[in-house]
Design a protein around this ligand. Structure first.
Ligand SMILES: [Zn+2]
Length: 335
């Protein structure tokens, strides 16, 4: 019997890249959890690679730094395109590109941004980043409030109060309008609940959480509660359960079985078409059973053990995310 895993277009919606760049995306034996050979070995076919911008000061200097760094990291992500030996990778701008890369046996790379601080306080820049790099989603915040929105976890070291804007700022609302027009999905992972609820109301395209879990199973501020899950269902959004031990199990130590427990909970509550998978590899993710990209088949096997059908597993592993990307593409009015 063929292993279902090897027939799937598996898409991991949140992976970080090491920074500064070590130029080791193609090197077999490096400590990073995801590189091109490791995805091949683990049957991981598509990866959203995030340009992560640490939250800095919300002034001109902090904004200039964020804007520099986002371009530097997106240059590195774009640079992964190519072929070395038996391996090949293709930077994808559309869901159709991802499917074509999969058919060709190339790793599909989807560029993303983690933290709207990278726009340097100028929301219209998202159109430029979408055009230059094919960026397909951006988290509104990371940890710490930024000029666009309140975060789920304020940064005391940056003198954050519990809230700054009460959700989205005016700039954040503008950013969402620009993102909608440019086909860039609004990612609410890391955002405060107020931010998430407001974003889901004003965004023309459904919002999604690229790497979060269910708060009903693990009370962590980075997770989405039932009201937020219900909002995703109402609006056609998506939550990509992530392999972060402390989001999966109170006190930490979550395993691949816990990850599937969160997927099952969400599928039961809001429907299997609203849930997917992410690792947060090279950004703190990795759990017993799925410690790096080479172990990706274990996730499929755990989903099978939990009773999901082949079609459901295919949707969870990428079908849902590709559908959402297509929805965003149809709403695009610039590019
Ligand atoms: Zn993150």
């Amino acid at each position: 019997m063929t292993d279902l895993h090897h027939t799937l277009l598996t898409l991991d919606s949140h992976i970080d890249i090491p920074w500064p760049d070590r130029q080791d995306a193609w090197t077999e034996d490096t400590p990073r959890q995801v590189n091109v050979p490791k995805t091949r070995k683990g049957g991981l076919k598509a990866v959203c690679l995030a340009a992560y911008i640490p939250q800095g000061s919300r002034d001109d200097a902090g904004h200039a730094e964020g804007w520099d760094r986002v371009q530097g990291m997106l240059d590195v992500i774009s640079g992964i395109e190519g072929r070395q030996g038996n391996h090949s990778a293709c930077v994808c701008r559309t869901a159709a590109d991802v499917r074509a890369a999969y058919e060709a046996g190339d790793l599909a790379v989807i560029p993303a941004i983690e933290n709207g601080h990278g726009l340097g306080g100028q929301p219209e820049r998202i159109a430029e980043l979408a055009r230059r790099y094919g960026v397909r989603y951006m988290t509104l915040t990371h940890n710490g409030h930024n000029a666009l929105a309140d975060a789920a976890i304020p940064r005391k070291d940056l003198a954050d109060a519990e809230t700054l804007h009460g959700g989205l700022s005016e700039l954040g609302r503008e950013a969402i309008a620009h993102m909608n027009r440019s086909g860039v999905l609004v990612d609410v992972s890391h955002a405060a609940k107020s931010t998430m609820m407001q974003a889901s109301e004003i965004s023309a395209t459904p919002v999604f959480a690229s790497h979060s879990c269910a708060r009903a199973l693990c009370d962590h501020p980075r997770n989405l509660d039932d009201e937020q899950l219900d909002r995703l269902k109402e609006t056609g959004g998506l939550i990509q359960v992530t392999a972060m031990g402390s989001f999966l199990k109170k006190g930490g130590g979550g395993t691949v079985e816990d990850l599937v427990r969160h997927v099952s909970y969400i599928a039961n509550r809001i429907g299997v078409e609203h849930v997917g998978i992410s690792s947060d590899f090279d950004g703190g993710g990795g759990i017993p059973g799925w410690k790096d990209a080479t172990e990706t088949a274990n996730v499929t096997h755990a989903l099978q053990a939990a009773g999901f059908t082949d079609a459901e597993i295919s949707a969870i592993w990428g079908g849902n995310m590709l559908r959402l990307l297509e929805t965003a593409e149809k709403a695009t009015t610039v590019l």
